[in-house]
Design a protein around this ligand. Structure first.
Ligand code: CA
Length: 434
């Protein structure tokens, strides 16, 4: 992915709120969503963030008349009620639309405020029809810390450094930021229980993840080579893989997670394209003593720029904080550059056996815990399996998530001489069990 005029750090927008240093959405970002004016009952349609506004892609009319045919075609696809058709159109179409929108919105262009909707007045939906959802396990720090809790003598299984571990999740309960859901109920068996019992989950947790939206898919039997894999990725979002740890501990052997993971998954409304992230690449990190990837997981750009420098954080707002007007408390901060496997490796591995991916499919990165214990991406790790409660700034304590708690994920990329670009947030609230 080459840098081009859309990445120029000196670009500003006629939308003033896009030019403030703390915005997630300067003109160099231009992430996609699907939205409508809140409460309007109108059709959902594609939008692009600029400052605190959304460019309504269904309202462009003649605004792109000076742009390329490819950009105008892509804008038509992006105006639909999901982004699947835009995702299927491929990276040239995405890039042409990005260039046209950058030129439309930059300072010096004719201001067109009638194209904009305030984000504060919008409601969002899941931005694609997600046919399939797969969750990976790419943080070796998370895998080791969780493995130690479940298997103290054997924390990291021998396959971890060779094969990207994942499982097939469920798309039906993926929701967009703002999602609220009832605490799940399920079957659990504690370490001292003679028999399992059924009831509300007692060890409800979040997982701090990055979501990867597939763009162009592949035909069954036609693997995506690692060196072409990024051209099949539309972009990234934030993803919270809510997890019922007590259900998980009882059900996970021998086939892995099932009902402990599929009652809710919350993503950010915004998808940041790989093109927008091009200035924020990172070297792929791996311990020198670890095995090198097998050839199908190796590619020319892997070591120099296979990673992505995306700061990630988790905040908790309890019902008390909300009632008393206190700011959410940060629980941890981590970075996607610590991931043991890259986005391209996940795409290559997922398809190497002939499995077909389709536009709008979603891959989760797995919990992104960093090397330091304070960088853990779940409460399971931060409380050492529920044994060490966290004390919040207002004096409240947490071991796992309580009813009324809202978990907020945030993410952003920054680099010297570049604007900070953000992912917005993925927030979800846990309601009492039904
Ligand atoms: Ca997960």
């Amino acid at each position: 992915m080459q840098l081009n005029e859309t990445h120029d750090p000196s670009l500003t927008s006629w939308v003033d709120s896009a030019n403030t240093p703390d915005t997630d959405f300067p003109i160099q970002n231009l992430p996609f969503c699907v939205f409508r004016p809140r409460g309007s009952g109108q059709a959902f349609r594609g939008g692009v963030a600029i400052g605190d506004r959304i460019v309504d892609l269904a309202a462009l009319g003649s605004a792109l008349d000076g742009a390329s045919q490819e950009a105008r075609d892509a804008a038509g696809l992006a105006a639909r009620d999901s982004l699947n058709d835009l995702m299927a159109a491929g990276p040239q179409a995405w890039s042409a639309l990005r260039l046209a929108l950058s030129r439309l919105l930059r300072s010096g262009a004719t201001p067109r405020p009638h194209l904009l909707v305030a984000q504060a007045d919008a409601e969002y939906t899941v931005p694609a029809r997600i046919g399939d959802y797969t969750d990976f396990y790419t943080s070796i720090h998370h895998a080791t810390a969780v493995g130690r809790l479940f298997r103290p003598d054997n924390p990291l299984l021998p396959n971890y450094k060779w094969v990207p571990i994942g499982y097939h999740g469920r798309a039906s309960t993926i929701g967009v930021s703002g999602q609220a859901f009832a605490r799940p109920r399920g079957q659990t068996r504690g370490p001292t229980d003679a028999e399992p019992s059924f009831g509300p989950c007692k060890r409800l947790d979040y997982e701090l993840e990055v979501g990867i939206f597939v763009g162009r898919g592949n035909d069954q039997g036609e693997p995506i080579p690692a060196d072409q894999a990024e051209s099949h990725v539309f972009g990234l979002c934030l993803l919270n893989d809510w997890s019922a740890r007590d259900v998980q501990a009882w059900e996970y052997q021998p086939l892995g997670p099932f009902l402990s993971k599929n009652f809710a998954t919350t993503i950010s409304p915004w998808i940041v394209t790989l093109e927008a992230l091009a200035p924020y690449r990172a070297a792929w990190q791996r311990d020198a003593a670890d095995p090198q990837p097998l050839p199908y997981l190796d590619y020319a750009d892997l070591r120099a720029r296979g990673g992505l420098d995306i700061e990630l954080e988790v905040l908790l707002e309890t019902a008390t904080m909300r009632r008393e007007g206190q700011a959410p408390a940060r629980l941890s901060q981590s970075n996607f550059r610590h991931s043991y496997w890259t986005v391209a490796q996940l795409m290559a591995h997922h398809t190497v056996n002939g499995c077909a991916l389709n536009p709008g499919d979603l891959l989760g990165s797995g919990t992104q815990s960093g090397p330091d214990a304070a960088e853990a991406g779940s409460l399971l790790e931060l409380t050492v399996g529920g044994k060490q409660p966290l004390t919040l700034p207002n004096g409240e304590q947490r071991v796992f998530i309580e009813d009324g708690d809202r978990i907020v994920l945030r993410g952003w990329a920054a680099a010297p001489g570049r604007p900070r670009i953000g992912f917005g947030e993925a927030s979800g609230t846990v309601l009492p069990a039904r």
